[in-house]
Design a binder for this molecule. Structure first.
Ligand code: DGY
Length: 483
């Protein structure tokens, strides 16, 4: 049965502040319902829940696989720690020998259903999909594995299994960081080379870069379609069959996402070439803050697990260098962090929630944290939105779109990270306001189609995107249990 069917049927008026008392059990149930149950590769928590399309009898998932940052936030925050151990173990099994972890771990058994576009073949143009074993994408995601693992391990009851699991997972996540620092970091910062790798794919901060890439191409859409066609893949997005297109990235953005994959196949996925030549190479505050926080988490885990001094020192060096360089993304005039376009060397001065994310790193100076808290206060007082924190600031009037993915909606997940950071820097009231907004948004939109939406309109509170998003449910469990 769909979790949606068990949720409350009527939608309360938005004017009513109404936090459901059984929110925690609904969130737990949603996570349970999102566990994939068919075939050999079953028993993992899919990033989103089942949806029934008009005229179809087989429910579909918007996100039927495991995504990296979804998996580790869910694992860190879900109350079902047994399932979290399964999810993390499954995800880590997809790591390649050199330490890389893809942003998607596909379920190869259901690829034929074409439930998700693009299929993994796009990453394997030259060699084809591996005949057996794991199938992953060849880009990664904001590296939250260390953070999620620590949060999970802290909540596991003491036992031999816990120690074995923690040691096994620590080694793998440490290797992932080694891969990152050896291959994806330049001058101390993680260099993001694909919008899906940034996590906030269609954020307006990337628009200028997309326009620049388009300049050299006459008809990007046809070009990409032909490239896919040669691999026998139809250029047909599935996401907009499930979710209204006004809530998803526009077609020209998808052209860029695919064009970059086309380029990287030409360069045989050589990381050094990609970092040197890609037309999309940026350093982003959100990714780097998450990386710092994960380094700190791994240090804590390493100490608990009695890892060698060499390992602990290495982790400290990684944390220090990224902390030092994060400062290069701070804008002294605007007093916020911005992403940097490495092609031009310029900061991209569009205010987004990513610019607040250094709060979550816990390593920025108090005076910077004060300024970031002030920005949130300004949004609240502006009256431009009813719920904070919109993914793109409403003051960015030329690109703010309250319904469209990362261009304006409130994401419960980024809110929770910002709230945690605010608490760390002594802004408990502001953190509480964000959490109350989160809970109100969720409580007001539980209905017979679902609850725990992927994102929310910050003006009218409408639930948007996937109606049963696993990490939204997991974030609720964290919020409810966090002092
Ligand atoms: C999607 O499909 O929208 C994801 O963001 C890509 O990983």
């Amino acid at each position: 049965m769909l979790a949606a069917q068990k949720l409350v049927k009527s939608k309360p008026a938005l004017t009513q502040i109404h936090i459901l008392p059984n929110l925690s059990s609904l969130a737990t149930q949603t996570l349970k319902d999102n566990i994939f149950t068919e075939g050999k590769d079953c028993n993992y928590t899919a990033a989103s829940g089942k949806m029934l399309l008009d005229g179809e009898s087989q429910p579909r998932f918007l996100y039927p696989f495991q995504w990296l940052w979804d998996t580790f936030f869910i694992a860190g925050w879900s109350s079902n720690t047994d399932q979290s151990v399964v999810d993390v173990t499954k995800f880590l099994a997809s790591q390649t020998d050199d330490g890389f972890m893809g942003h998607i771990r596909y379920n190869r058994e259901i690829l034929a259903r074409k439930e998700y576009f693009p299929p993994p073949e796009v990453y394997y143009e030259k060699e084809g999909l591996p005949q057996t074993g794991e199938v992953i994408s060849k880009i990664t995601q904001p590296p939250n594995a260390g953070y999620g693992l620590l949060e999970l391990v802290k909540r596991l009851p003491e036992s031999t299994e816990k120690t074995l699991f923690a040691k096994y997972a620590f080694d793998k996540v440490y290797l992932y960081h080694k891969y990152i620092y050896e291959n994806l970091v330049r001058d101390g910062l993680f260099v993001t080379t694909h919008p899906w790798e940034s996590g906030d794919d269609n954020s307006p901060k990337w628009d200028g870069i997309y326009n620049r890439i388009r300049e050299g191409q006459e008809d990007m859409h046809t070009f990409v379609g032909e490239w896919l066609g040669k691999m026998g893949i139809a250029y047909e997005r599935v996401d907009i069959k499930l979710i209204h297109h006004t809530q998803r990235p526009v077609h020209p953005d998808y052209d860029i996402y695919l064009y970059l994959i086309y380029l990287y196949n030409r360069w045989n996925w050589n990381r050094a070439t990609i970092l040197e030549k890609s037309p999309f190479r940026v350093t982003d505050p959100m990714t780097n803050s998450i990386l710092i926080r994960s380094n700190l988490a791994l240090i804590e885990l390493a100490e608990t697990l009695n890892e060698s001094q060499e390992i602990i020192e290495q982790l400290k060096r990684w944390a220090e260098i990224t902390t030092m360089e994060l400062d290069s993304l701070w804008d002294k005039q605007e007093k916020i962090y911005f992403a940097k376009d490495l092609v031009t060397g310029e900061l991209i001065k569009i205010k987004t929630v990513s610019g607040l994310m250094p709060l979550f790193s816990t390593v920025i100076p108090q005076e910077n944290a004060d300024q970031l808290a002030h920005h949130i206060d300004l949004i609240t007082k502006s009256g431009l939105v009813r719920y904070i924190v919109p993914s793109t600031f409403p003051s960015e009037t030329s690109c703010f779109e309250p319904d469209r993915y990362w261009r304006g909606p409130v994401w419960i997940i980024t809110n929770e990270l910002v709230a945690e950071g605010l608490n760390h820097y002594g802004y408990k009231d502001c953190a509480d306001k964000i959490r109350m907004d989160n809970l109100e948004l969720i409580s007001n939109t539980l209905n017979d189609r679902g609850g725990f939406y992927e994102y929310y309109n910050p003006i009218n509170g409408k639930g948007l995107g996937s109606p049963l998003q696993s990490w939204t449910a997991a974030a609720v469990l964290k919020m409810i249990t966090t002092p």
